[in-house]
Unconditional design. Structure first.
Ligand code: COA
Length: 323
């Protein structure tokens, strides 16, 4: 039978779905175990969530992970990522999400085409174009792959552009302890990482520099999450490293964002320190996994995350409507 340690893993459940001529009828379900209580277990399957009363479970066991995440896992992670970066203006097209934040970041100003848009695909893309046109914004759609490949094909046919790929990376928590390469003393091993519930003005200035300004909507995107922390590291009174952590996705996912170290003190282990502090905070808040989004072409950040044990879960492309 299953135990709490199996939550987050892929399992198969044989359940009793009826009795015919005095014999039990079985049905098998495969998916990720997202919750286990005394009375029910909840599975994220490729078809969506399935809640099974424990009394109906004939047999259940862990199975090896697939090399590719299931569609359900991609959907769950994309929704947790959306919660972690909440656009203030939102709409729905069936299951698809429409998001707008005064143009601040692609993520908060793009449609997320996962699930059923409640209309044919071409009509759904038309509706996305109209929604953004009404707000005077270019239409963007983030397509997680391969899940949203059919949407991508429709956008190709319409001549939509493509921004460089973004990797969505994950790691189980806690992160493994990491030591500086080559035995070099870790200059910042004892640095104090302050985790504040709100960003300081200097923190916001770094975010503004990175993301090109800071409209009112940006403050909402950064702070309108129940569990959020803003990492600050000061040296001689100046802010030298920042980061942001959130816990979303029903408490499972620590989201890491806006990790940045000022150029003068890079390659001294500061980003690692910030991430480890945020990870410890996430674990204390109940998170079992970390995720982040990084542009594939950001070599320094990709190397950093690889060093910390993060692996690519899936990728997405930000698609841009032609003028
Ligand atoms: C990415 C960034 C946060 C790294 O910060 P940092 O404090 O220099 O990173 P660390 O010193 O903790 O690096 C830890 C490890 O990451 C890897 N790494 C970091 N920067 C690297 C680089 N430029 N090239 C190759 N590997 C790098 C190395 O393995 C490094 O360990 P080592 O120095 O012992 O070899 C920093 O370059 C930065 O602020 N970049 C701009 C903002 C950004 O891109 N943020 C990420 C957005 S997703």
């Amino acid at each position: 039978m299953l135990r709490q340690q199996d939550v987050g893993h892929r399992i198969v459940v044989r359940r009793i779905v009826g009795i015919r001529e005095g014999r039990p009828q079985f049905s098998d379900a495969l998916g990720e175990l997202v919750e286990l209580s005394e009375t029910h277990l909840t599975l994220a399957t490729a078809q969506g969530q399935l809640r099974v009363p424990v009394a109906q479970v004939h047999r259940a066991k862990r199975v090896p992970p697939t090399r590719r995440p299931t569609a359900a896992a991609v959907v769950a992670l994309e929704r947790a990522a959306d919660e972690a970066w909440p656009a203030p203006t939102r709409g729905r097209l069936g299951d698809w999400l429409l998001r707008s934040a005064e143009g601040w970041t692609g993520r908060a100003n793009s449609a997320l085409p996962i699930g059923d848009p409640d209309r044919p695909l071409a009509a759904a893309v038309d509706a996305v174009e109209r929604w953004y046109a009404e707000r005077g914004q270019p239409a963007l759609i983030n397509t997680p792959l391969p899940l949203a490949a059919p949407v991508g094909a429709e956008l190709d046919a319409r001549g939509w552009g493509t921004r460089p790929p973004t990797l969505v990376q994950t790691a189980p928590l806690p992160l493994p302890a990491s030591t500086p390469a080559g035995g070099q003393a870790d200059l910042w091993g004892a640095a104090v990482v302050e985790l504040a519930a709100a960003p300081s003005d200097e923190w916001l200035a770094i975010a503004a520099g990175r993301k090109g300004g800071l409209p009112d909507a940006a403050r909402h995107v950064l702070t309108a999450v129940d569990q959020v922390r803003f990492a600050h590291v000061y040296a001689d009174g100046a802010l030298v490293a920042v980061g942001r952590g959130t816990v979303t996705g029903q408490g499972r996912w620590l989201g890491l964002s806006l990790i940045e170290v000022v150029p003068a003190v890079r390659r001294q282990g500061l980003a690692r320190r910030v991430i480890h502090e945020l990870a410890s905070w996430g674990v204390s808040g109940g998170a079992t996994h970390a995720f982040l989004q990084v542009e594939q072409r950001n070599a320094a950040a990709v190397a950093l995350y690889q060093r910390l044990g993060l692996v690519t879960h899936h990728t997405y492309l930000t698609r841009v409507a032609p003028n």
